[in-house]
Write a protein that binds this ligand. Structure first.
Ligand code: AKB
Length: 313
């Protein structure tokens, strides 16, 4: 059956690639991309939309008979700490608008991204399980924990089919990351390919969970395709890709660029990263809808270098 899908935050790191994958899967005419600003050279339906404006959101939903929403827009961890109350306000308002408009307009499904930033005080940092305590120490993390619980609430109270993943740091070549604590893992590849020295804002030994963009997109589509009865976690699913430290990604890059220069100047983002998990246990995602990552360090490095070389040459 044909359905029209709205992607909110379509210009972001995930949104850019997700809109393309959805266009391939469902046809260009069935995907409405939206963001605060237009996207240059976008081939498809695009709407300027601020999801904190509930009327504007409902107008787009009615105009295109939207049946499914991917709500990706949010202020991320590092940027979020510049003005924590603003971050809370924007992230929560946009999500609650999406949930309310969805419930009143008979939405089939809603996707809401969560994050490893939901973990903090009191959670094990190794092999962190889905049901570890959630006491985050960033405004972004707090808004995502609340968002997960609102998802569960709308599912339990109104039967709205809200689904969610806790993304690790996403590594992709298509667009830059923006405002996150894991952004170094994207920026480092740009410096390597441009043969420029790189200053890393995290300490070289800070291991964090990461995932390659293709795995992240596939996980999203697999979760959304899974039969309703197999979705047992209605807050959000842990998903694991690969875990590495800056020193490990540097060793991998040096197999291609042996003279790649890196120095470590940890800043405020180090405090955020130090409280996050190092490795993730994603047993529920594996059991419930068959999640399996495909990209390891070597494969990620090779694809990133190949694709960025293509872009810069
Ligand atoms: C960030 O660093 O804030 C994000 C995330 C892990 O959610 N990439």
């Amino acid at each position: 059956m044909k359905k029209t899908i709205l992607v909110i935050g379509a210009n972001g790191q995930l949104g850019t690639v997700l809109t393309q994958s959805l266009q391939l899967k469902y046809g260009k005419e069935n995907i409405v991309a939206s963001d605060l600003r237009p996207r240059e050279n976008y081939d498809g339906i695009f709407e300027i939309l601020d999801a904190t404006d509930v009327r504007a959101l409902e107008k787009v939903v009615l105009k295109y008979h939207i049946g499914e929403i991917y709500h990706l827009a949010a202020i991320l961890s590092a940027n979020g700490e510049k003005d924590p109350l603003h971050t809370w306000g924007v992230n929560m308002k946009a999500l609650l608008n999406v949930l309310e408009v969805s419930r009143h307009n008979g939405m089939d499904k809603v996707f809401f991204p969560s994050t490893i930033a939901v973990f903090g005080e009191g959670a094990s940092q190794e092999n962190t399980c889905n049901n570890e305590p959630l006491h985050p120490l960033t405004s972004y993390g707090i808004s995502k924990v609340a968002g997960e619980n609102w998802g569960l609430y709308y599912f339990s109270k109104y039967g709205l089919d809200v689904r969610s993943l806790r993304y690790p740091g996403v590594i992709g070549y298509q667009s830059n990351a923006g405002g996150g604590t894991t952004d170094y893992a994207v920026e480092i590849f740009h410096s390597a390919v441009l043969e420029k020295p790189f200053t890393c804002f995290l300490d070289g030994k800070t291991t964090l969970p990461m995932i390659f963009i293709d795995d992240a997109i596939r996980a999203t589509l697999e979760l959304m395709d899974a039969p309703k009865e197999s979705i047992k976690v209605r807050t959000s699913y842990n998903i694991s890709g690969i875990s590495f430290s800056p020193e490990e990604v540097v060793s991998s890059i040096r197999k291609i660029y042996p003279n790649f220069e890196v120095n470590y100047v940890p800043d405020h983002r180090q405090d955020i990263a130090s409280k996050w998990p190092k490795t993730i246990n994603d047993k529920e995602a594996k059991q419930d809808w068959g999640w399996r990552p495909e990209y390891d360090m070597e494969k990620i490095t090779n694809v990133m270098v190949y694709k960025l070389k293509e872009r810069y040459n």
